[in-house]
Design a protein around this ligand. Structure first.
Ligand code: GLU
Length: 391
């Protein structure tokens, strides 16, 4: 069967592929320790589940009206962004989507024309370049400095901007890097962006998962011009352990949100209605579960960093946000007879039954990604195996 060129050129999501492979091996009886998907191991807080169940029982099972999200969910999003992100938006500037990934897809489809350049800092989340290419855009990669937690500087950004640049994709706290830009660094990057006619898609889905007092600033909160040029993208998956619910949202300039709404009306017809009721409860209800999960992730961040850096040949930045570590493992390649991160990941899966995502999928072949959204016990079990395998 002949498939479209678009799809033929598209890479499968490596994060989902590794996770599926680990799940398949587990189903076959293999005791795999998976550091694959960025998916919290906690249950969704009960108050959120009950809100969605109530909505189903009350008949909230029809189309979302409007497709951009029901009025109370948009109000809840505006309230959250004002309370936690120092951002003032009107409901008409908000769209609720089936997960953060869909939000990202719609934003790129709404803004990028064939040949437009989109600046993507490396390491990047696997789906950004593929979504840009699907829109006919050209990803322009900005290599972060490994000695500075993989961060890019304002000067590096300035030199990557050309007359064809349409968008910067900014992601802090970072997937897969686990680093977070300090507020003053976000200010300096925004100062560069606002000198040009480009939009920043600011993926802030890990905004509340920060460790050891790490500061944070929303990109749109840096200055008035940046606010006009930024789409703020967040979702419930990571903060509230709601990955399977698919609940994301974007706030930004009305003209862009309207364009995304048009696309949404012709594709998904909007986020699931009772999920939106769960999202309202997540954003406006008791927040104590968020801190409980965050502080557990913080303990894991310190622990996994300590354990990884005790293994000879592995170097690694300490995570300040999200739930990933992205160690450089390339100094172990010779020892285990591999030459790249894909073969490294294959070898540790086959021989040590440990699943990690190859750094090549994030634009850095010297590294692999570990998600520590799994229990402390699993973290130790997998790292014992890895240490033995690499000894
Ligand atoms: N964003 C998560 C990750 O990077 C979930 C999987 C995905 O959508 O890529 O693991």
């Amino acid at each position: 069967m002949k498939l479209s060129e678009r799809v033929e050129a598209l890479a499968e999501s490596a994060t989902l592929a590794v996770t599926a492979k680990a799940a398949q091996l587990k189903a076959e009886g293999v005791d795999v320790v998976s550091y694959g998907a960025g998916e919290p191991d906690f249950d969704t807080p009960d108050n959120i589940k009950q809100a969605a169940i109530r909505a189903i029982n009350e008949g909230q099972t029809k189309y979302s009206k409007p497709a951009t999200g029901i009025a109370p969910v948009k109000a809840a999003v505006c309230e959250k962004l004002a309370r936690e992100n120092d951002l003032s938006y009107e409901p008409s500037q908000v769209i609720v989507t089936s997960g953060g990934k869909m939000a990202c897809y719609l934003a790129i489809q709404a803004l990028v024309n064939p040949g437009d350049e989109v600046i993507i800092p490396v390491p990047y989340w696997v789906s950004y370049p593929e979504m840009v290419k699907l829109a006919g855009g050209v990803p322009v990669f900005l290599n972060g400095d490994e000695n500075d937690s993989f961060k890019f500087s304002p000067a590096m950004l300035e030199s990557a901007i050309t007359p064809r640049t349409r968008m910067l994709i900014f992601n802090s706290p970072s997937n897969p890097g686990g680093f977070t830009y300090h507020p003053h660094e976000v200010d300096a990057i925004a100062d560069v962006v606002t000198k040009h006619d480009i939009v920043t898609l600011s993926d802030e889905i890990y905004d509340r998962l920060r460790y050891e007092g790490q500061g944070f600033k929303s990109f749109a909160a840096t200055n008035a011009k940046a606010y006009e040029q930024t789409l703020t993208l967040i979702g419930a998956s990571k903060t509230y352990s709601m990955t399977g619910w698919r609940a994301g949202y974007v706030a930004g300039p009305q003209s862009i949100v309207k364009a995304m709404a048009k696309l949404q009306s012709q594709s998904t017809s909007g986020a699931c209605t009772f999920v939106q009721h769960g999202l309202i409860e997540a954003l406006t209800g008791d927040q104590s579960a968020v801190e409980q999960m965050r502080s557990e992730f913080e303990k894991r961040a310190l622990h996994i960093h300590h354990r990884l850096t005790s293994i000879s040949g592995i170097s690694c930045n300490r995570p300040t946000g999200a739930f990933y570590v992205f160690p450089n493992v390339s100094r172990t390649y010779d020892k285990i007879g591999v030459t790249n991160s894909v073969d490294f990941s294959k070898a540790v899966l086959e021989k040590a039954h440990v699943a990690v995502v190859p750094g090549a999928a994030f634009g850095m072949d010297a590294c692999v990604r570990f998600s520590f959204a799994c229990s402390m016990e699993q973290i130790d079990k997998g790292l014992d195996r890895l240490a033995d395998f690499l000894a």
